[in-house]
Design a protein around this ligand. Structure first.
Ligand code: MSP
Length: 523
C-alpha cells in the first residue's frame, strides 16, 4: 500500500485563460486533500498544465510567440490563480518538463518493443483548416463535410497506432469487477456502454510536418506523440514512474495508486475511461493499481456551456477580488453536488455566504464571544448539566454533525458535509434564542445554566471550525484563534469536551462581513 493518499486533477490546457470550471476542480481537490490531512492521513496533490499540441502551436503562432513562450505565459496565469485561491498542491505537472518527456519516451519505447504499437498507412479525408482526419461522423445531413472544415483533401499518411481494441475485453471485465472504478456510479454505466461500442485502435502519432509541438517518438524522429497520450502520462511521470535516482521526483511506490484522478465529465470518455486504463494495463499495471476516476459535473451559465469563445466564461480571479477567497471557495463547494452540474450565479454566491456564513456561523461566533466576555470575562466553566436542550446538543446534534460530515467527505460529497457543519451552527443560534443568556445573566440562581449554555456554544463553534478547515482554511483558523483553541486542528479533536474548564476565550473580530452586490457599472 502507498504511504500517502494521492490525488490528481486533470491538467489544464494552456491555450486558454482559466475559468470558474477549472477553479472548481482544483478547489475540490484541494478540499479533499485538506480533509485527508485533517483526518490524520498524509496526502499528495498533483496538478498542472497540458502544454503541447495543435492548439498551443496555433495560438502561439497567432501571437507571434514560440510555443514554449506562449505555454509558459499561460502557465503563469494558472499558477497565479491557484495561489490566490489557496489551492496548495505538492507536485506541478507541466508537460514541457524534461523529466516528463523522458518518462513519455520510455513508455513509448517499451510499448513499441512489446508490440503494443504498430505503424500503418491511412487514406482518408483531411481538413486542412482543422488539421485532422475526418470520419463519416463529421459529415452533415447532406452527407458532405460542411464549410466549418474548410478545404478537405484526400490524403494518405502513415502513423503509429496503439492496440487499444486488443484490450477491450479486459476493460469490460475490469469495469464489471470494479464497482468503484468510476464515481459517481451513473458515469460507470455510461463508460461501460461506450466501451461496448469501441472499435479500432488509437492513432498516437502526428507527423512533424503538420505538428511539431509535442514529444518526439523515440523510435521515429519524424513524429511527435498525440497530445492526450503525452498528457495522461503526467499522472505517473510526475509521481516518479520510471524516474532515475536523484531526479527529485517522488518515490513512485509511496504514492501509487492514486486514490482518485479528479476530472470533469467531458474527459471521461474516451480519454480517462478508455485510453488511460488500457495504457496502464498494457504497461503491466495490475488491476488493483488502476486508480478511481472521480468525475465531477460542469458549472454552466443559465444551463448553457461556459466558454471563452461564447464570451460567458466567469473569471475566478475577478470574483475572488470582489468577494474574497473564502466566499468563492465556499460557494464553489456548497452550491454543486459532486458529479452533477450546477448553474453559476453571482447572486447565489452572495446569498449563500450571507445566509450561511455571515448571518449564521459568523453571527454565532460574535454573539457567543461577546456574551462570554460580558458575563464571564471570557472564562468558560465546564459545569455538569442535565438540561435536555444542552444534552441534545452535546450528545446528539454535535456528534451527529461530525459523523454526517465525515461520512459525506469520505464520499466526496462536500456540499452535504458543509451542510452538516452549517446546520450545527444554526442549532446553536436557535439555542441562543431559546435559552436567552441575557435573561440568565440577570438571575444569580441561573449562574450554572448560563455557564453551561456558554460552554455548549463555544464548544460547538470549535467543532464547526474544525469541520470548515478543508473548505475555509484561513477563516476556520481565524475562528479557532478567537476561541484561543488554535492547536493544529484535526478531525480526531472534533469530539465533545475539547475546551477545558477555566478556558479563556478571545474577543470577537468579524470574519465574514456581509457581501453586497457590486455597483451596477462593475457588473
Ligand atoms: N488538458 C485536458 C486534460 C488532460 S488530463 C490528462 C483538458 N483540459 S481543460 O483545460 O479543457 O479542462 C481541465 C479540467 O477542467 C477538465 O477536467 C474539465 O472537465 C474541467 N472543466 C472545464 N470546464 C468546466 C466547467 N465549466 N465546469 C467544471 N469543470 C470544467 O481537458
Amino acid at each position: 500500500m502507498p504511504d500517502c493518499t494521492f490525488f490528481t486533477t486533470a491538467i489544464d490546457y494552456t491555450n486558454a485563460a482559466p475559468h470558474i470550471g477549472h477553479a472548481y476542480e482544483k478547489v475540490l481537490t484541494d478540499v479533499l486533500v485538506r480533509f485527508e490531512r485533517l483526518s490524520g492521513r498524509s496526502a499528495y496533490f498533483l496538478t498542472g498544465v497540458d502544454q503541447h499540441g495543435q492548439k498551443v502551436q496555433q495560438s502561439a503562432e497567432k501571437e507571434g510567440l514560440t510555443p514554449l513562450a506562449f505555454a509558459e505565459a499561460c502557465t503563469a496565469k494558472f499558477l497565479g490563480l491557484w495561489k490566490t485561491l489557496g489551492v496548495e498542491f505538492d507536485g506541478w505537472a507541466a508537460t514541457t518538463n524534461p523529466l516528463h518527456k523522458q518518462a513519455v519516451q520510455k513508455i513509448l519505447q517499451r510499448l513499441f518493443d512489446e508490440g503494443q504499437l504498430y505503424k500503418q498507412g491511412h487514406r482518408g479525408f483531411y481538413s486542412v483548416r482543422q488539421e485532422q482526419f475526418l470520419t463519416d461522423k463529421e459529415r452533415n445531413e447532406a452527407g458532405a463535410f460542411g464549410p466549418e472544415w474548410g478545404q478537405v483533401v484526400e490524403l494518405e499518411e502513415e502513423n503509429y497506432y496503439f492496440r487499444l481494441s486488443a484490450h477491450k475485453d479486459w476493460l469490460l471485465g475490469f469495469i464489471d469487477a470494479h464497482e468503484h472504478f468510476v464515481v459517481p456510479a451513473f458515469r460507470r454505466v455510461e463508460l461501460r456502454n461506450a466501451v461496448e461500442r469501441l472499435s479500432g485502435d488509437l492513432c498516437i502519432s502526428r507527423p512533424k510536418t503538420r505538428l511539431s509541438w509535442g514529444i518526439e517518438l523515440p523510435f521515429d524522429k519524424e513524429f511527435v506523440t498525440y497530445v492526450w497520450f503525452d498528457a495522461l502520462i503526467n499522472y505517473v511521470s510526475f509521481a516518479g514512474y520510471l524516474a532515475e535516482a536523484g531526479s527529485g521526483l517522488p518515490e513512485f511506490g509511496t504514492l501509487w495508486p492514486a486514490k482518485a484522478h479528479v476530472i470533469g465529465k467531458d474527459i471521461l470518455i474516451p480519454a480517462h475511461g478508455v485510453y488511460w486504463p488500457i495504457m496502464l494495463h498494457a504497461l503491466g499495471f495490475p488491476d488493483a493499481e488502476i486508480p478511481t476516476l472521480l468525475v465531477h459535473g460542469w458549472w454552466n451559465i443559465s444551463g448553457a456551456k461556459m466558454s471563452k469563445s461564447l464570451g460567458n466564461a466567469v473569471n475566478p480571479a475577478l470574483l475572488a477580488e470582489r468577494y474574497g477567497v473564502s466566499a468563492l471557495r465556499y460557494y464553489l463547494m456548497a452550491d454543486i453536488a459532486t458529479g452533477r452540474d450546477a448553474d453559476f450565479s453571482e447572486e447565489r454566491l452572495r446569498m449563500r455566504f450571507n445566509d450561511e456564513l455571515a448571518n449564521n456561523v459568523g453571527n454565532l461566533l460574535n454573539r457567543t464571544l461577546n456574551m462570554a466576555q460580558r458575563y464571564r470575562q471570557g472564562v468558560l466553566r465546564r459545569v455538569p448539566t442535565n438540561d435536555a436542550d444542552l444534552h441534545a446538543l452535546s450528545e446528539v446534534e454535535a456528534p451527529g454533525a461530525v459523523a454526517a460530515y465525515t461520512q459525506a467527505m469520505e464520499h466526496y460529497q462536500v456540499d452535504a458535509a458543509l451542510a452538516a457543519a452549517v446546520n450545527l451552527a444554526r442549532a446553536c443560534n436557535q439555542l441562543i434564542e431559546s435559552s436567552a443568556p441575557w435573561k440568565l445573566a440577570k438571575d444569580p440562581e441561573q449562574a450554572d445554566r448560563l455557564d453551561a449554555v456558554l460552554y455548549h456554544l463555544a464548544e460547538s463553534i470549535r467543532l464547526v471550525a474544525i469541520l470548515l478547515v478543508p473548505v475555509l482554511p484561513e477563516a476556520a483558523l481565524g475562528i479557532l484563534g478567537q476561541l484561543q483553541a488554535s492547536a493544529a486542528p484535526s478531525l480526531a479533536a472534533a469530539v465533545w469536551g475539547g475546551l477545558p474548564d477555566g478556558h479563556q476565550l478571545g474577543t470577537p473580530v468579524p470574519l465574514f462581513p456581509r457581501l453586497e452586490a457590486p455597483p451596477v457599472e462593475a457588473e
